[in-house]
Design a protein around this ligand. Structure first.
Ligand code: SUG
Length: 448
């Protein structure tokens, strides 16, 4: 049976703004307080989805969340009508209002970890929503994420959903941003590669000194257990703590993998040789031929990688077996990175082509092409069981661009977040969206 990697991209929500909320994420910190353009952000994301669909890749869409999250503000003690809750938070605790307005759910690489049916013990596709417990504004995403994923992948015969891990730092889980799957074919058993930043319980593992390591070993192990993965099909590796301290807050900022290929920076991991040998041996046992492409620090520094998001690219397998890299415009803007990419594609290796996308609105918050997508490997039967409303088509693209044009503002600054009208605009837009995507009631304002 034919199998596919389906990319579900996060649709940018109407409150996209630069809140400076992510300590350790250089772009988020340095663009704090700038005004944003939510309409442009959403259209940039949709343009990428459309382009991939037109290139023949399977493409889906993942809905944004209700923001401001009034229910979250109520849990923090703000009371009254919805408008009063927002007003009071704006007056007494602006950082909490900003956090409750973040459109960060757009970076769906952090929505969940997904294991395909070929890897799991019960032969179903498994999803564990990420608790995103390192940052308050992200920790409030998972209940709605779970409902949205449940509405997209509803058929229990094929899809199994797990609630987010316990909401403590020891089980800090950032989802697929620290998870890669290698395989010979999407429908065959593969090797799932979990990269962690620190261990919560084992002091032998070093930890970064400056910025937080968001993903723990124990969280990755729990996800592997929940998904019923076998030891033969799992490899754990530690991220180099020194790159976390240079702004590599997720592994997908310094490495990307797909099929049999890992594309990574020389400084990305600890004990790299051991890790590569294990990946090679385990993929070999599953009929695959593991290949790695190491980008040397002499050509691209970690700083270049963080600024350009070279590794936050989408590595896509084409029908002829060659690979395509989807990179953000910032890669073209960095001379060393661009030169490296020219050499890479002309060397006759696996990666033959680079396509550049303008995702500046998302990039300014530290979210590149790979952050904006959640990969789900599905066989034909499973793909047919996905809610068809969320599969990208030319008519859906047109409908969604019109929907964005109708509902989104083209400028948003911190003061605008206190405007109770923004909440009404968002709810009106999302109510319509759930009808467009045929999701049913998934938002707090629809179910409470
Ligand atoms: O969690 N930025 C996100 C970016 C996530 C990128 N995802 C991956 N690399 N997979 C984060 O740091 C910034 C929000 C703000 O500052 O307004 C933010 O949440």
């Amino acid at each position: 049976m034919k199998s596919y990697e389906v990319n579900f991209d996060g649709l940018v929500g109407p409150t996209h703004n630069y809140g400076g909320l992510s300590y350790g994420n250089v772009a988020s910190q340095s663009n704090s307080q700038q005004s944003s353009n939510p309409k442009e952000a959403a259209l940039q994301g949709l343009a990428k989805m459309k382009a991939l669909m037109e290139m023949g890749f399977q493409q889906g869409v993942l809905a944004p969340q209700e923001r401001p999250d009034v229910a979250a503000l109520r849990r923090l003690g703000f009371a009254g009508s919805d408008a009063q809750v927002i007003e009071r938070a704006a007056k007494d605790a602006m950082p909490l209002l900003v956090a409750s307005c973040s459109a960060s759910s757009m970076w769906v690489a952090n929505a969940a970890t997904v294991s395909p049916s070929a890897d799991s013990a019960d032969g179903r596709v498994h999803f564990t929503a990420a608790n995103l417990n390192c940052k308050y504004h992200r920790s409030i995403e998972h209940p709605t994420t779970s409902r949205v994923l449940g509405a997209m992948f509803a058929d229990q015969q094929h899809f199994a959903h797990h609630a987010a891990l316990p909401a403590v730092a020891q089980f800090g889980d950032e989802g697929a941003a620290n998870h890669t799957r290698f395989c010979r074919d999407y429908g065959q058993a593969g090797v799932e590669f979990f990269v962690f930043g620190r261990s919560a319980f084992d002091t032998r593992y070093p930890a970064p000194q400056k910025y937080p390591a968001r993903q723990t070993l124990e969280a990755s192990q729990a996800v592997a257990r929940l998904h019923g993965l076998s030891d033969d099909g799992v490899v754990y590796a530690q991220q180099n703590p020194s790159v976390i301290d240079q702004g590599v807050f997720h592994n997908d900022v310094i490495a990307v993998g797909n099929g049999e290929v890992l594309f990574y920076h020389e400084d990305a991991f600890l004990e790299t040789d051991k890790m590569l040998a294990e990946l090679d041996a385990k993929l070999g046992k599953r009929g695959g031929n593991f290949q790695s492409i190491c980008v040397p620090r002499s050509q691209v520094t970690v700083e270049d990688a963080v600024r350009s998001y070279l590794f936050n690219s989408q590595l896509l397998s084409r029908a002829d077996g060659s690979m395509l890299l989807i990179v953000p415009e910032e890669c073209r803007g960095n001379e060393r990175v661009w030169q490296y990419l020219q050499g890479l594609t002309s060397s006759g290796g696996l990666i033959r082509e680079v396509k550049v996308f303008d995702l500046k609105q998302s990039m300014q918050n530290g979210g590149g092409p790979a952050c904006l997508r959640l990969r789900v490997a599905l066989n034909q039967t499973e793909l047919a069981a996905v809610n068809p409303g969320v599969i990208m088509t030319a008519p859906l693209y047109d409908t969604l661009t019109q929907w964005v044009d109708k509902h989104y503002r083209d400028r948003l600054s911190e003061n605008d977040l206190a405007d109770p009208q923004l909440l009404l605009e968002c709810r009106t837009a999302l109510d319509e969206l759930t009808q467009i995507l045929k999701l049913g009631a998934v938002y707090p304002f629809q179910i409470n």
